[in-house]
Design a protein around this ligand. Structure first.
Ligand SMILES: Nc1ncnc2c1ncn2[C@@H]1O[C@H](COP(=O)(O)OP(=O)(O)OP(=O)(O)O)[C@@H](O)[C@H]1O
Length: 276
């Protein structure tokens, strides 16, 4: 079972932004979608989420055509966390997360539905905020509500469009850990559009690099991160280090910070080199 896209093409009027994308993510895989601004990451996730309809191509999960499935069936398989979401401002956190249960609920939410919601609220560190209206949340808290709503949906495929962009470092890491554990422990297939190449390498097992609506690299981080390809795509010289902790990418022009061995002495500083 896998998420499979074949020959997917999409254009905004005459501007073709996906040029025949073929992509497979194994069941339980955690795939990072990388690429510069405007390379087509959001468009690709929106097609799988059925926010946008491709001009051509197929999208399937476990052989089921996701583009033709009835909406409710699609929503039982696919959950989507957009870059930012509009929600009725007076809704509370718990009410917003309960919306994730919509594809599963009969006439009214059951005790099980409420347990799933409370579990998702707890996992995203929102327990203390669960009765608070969305209008009284910070940007990062609101982003965590969207992620909790997607988890409460209990999907087979989880799509996240830059879900960590408003999060502080702790919640960036925790969110990526949660998504990784959902993939490994529950076999959910996750696709995340993300800009941080090092977080992607650390947490994901598949890297897909988009450039101008085409896939230019696809594989495990150690194979997909080619310095020449990354430098060309991002228009910036980068180095790729293969170390004990995995692969790490950094701009080659980035000098060590003052105080680090090898850094140039800062003006007026007595020493810029750490004593050993
Ligand atoms: N609603 C729209 N109407 C017209 N063009 C659009 C629309 N949304 C996106 N585009 C264009 O489609 C291309 C791909 O955009 P997309 O949002 O998929 O890129 P992205 O890789 O997600 O970028 P970012 O990293 O900035 O979020 C860009 O050139 C963008 O300007």
């Amino acid at each position: 079972m896998s998420l499979d896209m074949a020959s997917v093409r999409f254009a905004y009027r005459r501007n073709t932004v996906l040029q025949g994308v073929d992509l497979s993510v194994a069941e339980g895989g955690f795939c990072a979608l990388l690429g510069p601004n405007g390379s087509g990451k959001s468009t690709l996730t929106k097609i799988i989420a059925r926010v946008l309809k491709p001009a051509d191509g197929t999208v399937a999960f476990a052989g089921q055509d996701l583009l033709a499935a009835p909406r409710r069936d699609h929503a039982r398989v696919v959950a989507y966390v957009p870059q930012s979401g509009a929600a009725p401002f007076e809704q509370t956190v718990r009410e917003a997360v309960l919306l994730g249960r919509t594809p599963h609920i009969g006439l009214r939410p059951t005790r099980h539905d409420r347990e799933v919601v409370d579990d998702a609220v707890d996992r995203l560190g929102l327990t203390g905020l669960r009765d608070r209206p969305l209008s009284q949340l910070s940007g990062g808290q609101a982003q965590r509500v969207l992620i909790a709503r997607a988890l409460a949906q209990q999907p087979r495929v989880l799509l996240l469009d830059e879900p960590t962009s408003a999060l502080d470092l702790r919640y960036q890491i925790e969110t990526l850990q949660i998504v990784r554990s959902v993939t490994r422990e529950e076999g959910v297939t996750a696709l995340i559009a993300i800009h941080d190449l090092n977080h992607a390498a650390h947490f994901c097992d598949q890297i897909v690099l988009l450039d101008g609506g085409r896939i230019v690299a696809d594989g495990p981080p150690a194979e997909a991160y080619d310095p020449a390809v990354l430098s060309r795509v991002y228009g910036l010289d980068v180095l790729v280090n293969h170390g004990e902790n995995g692969v790490e990418v950094r701009p080659s022009a980035l000098e060590p910070a003052p105080g680090v061995i090898g850094a140039p002495a800062a003006a007026g500083a007595r020493t810029a080199v750490a004593a050993r």
